[in-house]
Design a protein. Structure first.
Length: 129
């Protein structure tokens, strides 16, 4: 699996409440929007405590501030047991077609979270170890 720091939406981002990923990807910044099939991967860097559920949604928009035209393309619902496991990836989803210029993750957190950090990134293949 090849990793590029420029394709990380979240890099050990602490999640205590609902909100967007630390980073937004500009798919046309390099002049070529998403060549080939890519995979969206998430990993719990720090075990979550207090979270009963986290929904991770891939969002896209024509505007960098996501002020209008936000479309959710894919999402994964993670339960407390999954969020406590730091040994393997939480999910790997194929990135669907139809993305606009800007892409981010949006995390909807349920529960009173006292600990937990997530990394979410784009890669060329999924390693589910």
């Amino acid at each position: 699996m090849l990793l590029d720091q420029n394709t990380f939406f979240s890099d050990a981002q602490a999640l205590r409440s609902t909100g967007a990923s630390t980073n937004t990807l500009d798919l046309t910044a390099a002049g070529n929007a998403v060549p080939g099939r890519l995979v969206l991967i998430a990993h719990a860097d720090t075990a979550f405590a207090g979270a009963t559920q986290v929904v991770c949604a891939l969002q896209t928009s024509d505007k960098s501030d996501f002020s209008s035209g936000v479309v959710t393309l894919a999402s994964a619902t993670l339960n407390a047991t999954q969020l406590a496991d730091t040994e393997k990836n939480l999910f790997a989803l194929g990135i669907p077609v139809g993305m606009k210029r800007y892409v981010r993750m949006y995390y909807t957190v349920t529960g009173t979270v006292t600990a937990g950090a997530i990394s979410c990134f784009v890669a060329d293949v999924a390693d589910m170890k």
